[in-house]
Design a protein around this ligand. Structure first.
Ligand code: CP3
Length: 345
């Protein structure tokens, strides 16, 4: 018997009313049960590579809220590790990496992402076996540009100045870095699909603020390379692209990368987007995480606005970026009541 998975159906182009819903960073610190498991795992990377713990925290938000999608618990910064770079997380400071100089690029080799990140495949298999049949399982990776910025800057950065300068100054080396990342990432995503992911998502969290020629080179081309390689390996599951902050470049990204569905950030005008995106392409988003944090009237009316804006497209309800750690659980419950049409006035 084929079980109906509403989120997967929307990714394949069906409209559902009410729309299926999940949240970026739904496994995370706003959940007391997550914090409890996290406290037993002092090293964040080791936590991501511990299938038992990672499967448990992936399932927590499904058990508590019944979201339509589960996203495997892992991180976009596992890939630089497979290229031989050191990655670590400092409490309260976010990710750190040994900064990559452009002269280091020539000696980088594609490690064996499928094997090194085999534990993520094991997490997916475990989650698959424990999930309700109707829940869609999502695998993911970072896009080459976003991952490269973390590698070059040695962590998060306000304006990615070193990375952008390197892309202009040393285009060949820079493109070689993106190529290596695209190949490693494609193999990793293929492994995730073979381990049970129903859909894949590519996070380009730092796609904002790029002029057209750079957007084409560092965002569109490497994303297309990933999609082409995943398809060449025979994997047919839907791929969601998320070029966060891309503004009007969203239109070209959606039309040219080969992705099947697109995640929209909260800054994008839905009227513009509906006219500019390929007809019928499923969209996901677009609630401002700060409206979820605020709660109350603002949350209710923002949800209503987004539902109305996307009522004529296949739409998956989600945030425009990840949930912040201090959001009350009651606001997430309210979000689902509103989206599913069960909210009292
Ligand atoms: O529930 C889920 O969304 C699944 C798991 C997931 C994590 N990271 C777990 C995580 C996913 C999909 C990611 C993606 C990710 N990681 C992105 C792209 C999405 C985005 O937010 O733009 C990026 C840029 C990263 C890199 C990263 N990992 C940063 C910047 C941080 C620190 C930020 C913070 O909130 O502290 C992380 C750590 C991280 N990854 C946490 C979680 C739950 C918090 C760490 C903790 O529990 O201590």
């Amino acid at each position: 018997m084929v079980h109906d998975k509403p989120l997967l159906a929307v990714l394949k182009g069906e409209r559902r009313d009410p729309p299926p819903a999940w949240m970026m960073r739904q496994a995370g610190r706003y959940l007391p049960e997550y914090r409890k498991v996290r406290a037993t795992a002092p090293d964040f990377i080791a936590f991501c590579l511990d299938p038992e713990k990672a499967a448990e925290v992936t399932l927590q938000p499904i058990r508590r809220f019944g979201f339509d999608g589960a996203i495997v618990f892992a991180d976009i910064l596992l890939i630089p590790m497979t290229l031989g770079r050191r990655v670590w997380f400092e409490k309260g400071e976010g990710p750190k990496l040994d900064p990559l100089a452009m002269s280091d690029v020539d000696s980088l080799t594609i490690g064996d992402a499928e094997t090194r990140l085999g534990p993520v495949g094991e997490t997916l298999s475990r989650v698959r076996a424990a999930l309700p049949h109707e829940t869609t399982l999502i695998g993911f990776a970072g896009a080459p540009w976003t991952v490269a910025t973390y590698m070059i800057e040695g962590g998060g950065s306000k304006d990615r100045l070193q990375s952008r300068a390197a892309a202009w100054r040393e285009p060949e080396r820079f493109d070689r870095l993106l190529d290596l990342l695209a190949t490693a990432t494609a193999r990793y995503l293929v492994m995730q699909a073979r381990s049970g992911a129903d859909a894949l998502k590519i996070f380009d969290s730092w796609a904002e603020g790029l002029p057209e020629p750079l957007f084409e080179r560092v965002v569109i081309a490497p994303t297309k390379a990933i999609v082409d390689q995943v398809r060449a390996a025979g994997v047919t599951v839907p791929i969601i692209g998320f070029p966060k902050g891309a503004g009007t470049h969203y239109a070209r990204y959606a039309a040219e990368t080969g992705i099947d569905a697109i995640a929209l950030d909260h800054g994008l005008d839905p009227v513009w987007a509906d006219a500019a995106l390929p007809q019928g392409m499923p969209v996901q988003g677009q609630l401002d995480p700060s409206a979820l944090f605020a709660g109350g009237e603002a949350l209710d009316s923002e949800i209503a606005r987004i539902l109305a804006a996307w009522k004529n497209r296949p739409h998956i309800f989600n945030l425009g970026h990840g949930i912040s750690p201090d959001v009350p659980v009651a606001h997430v419950e309210r979000l689902l009541e509103c989206v599913r049409g069960k909210a009292g006035a």
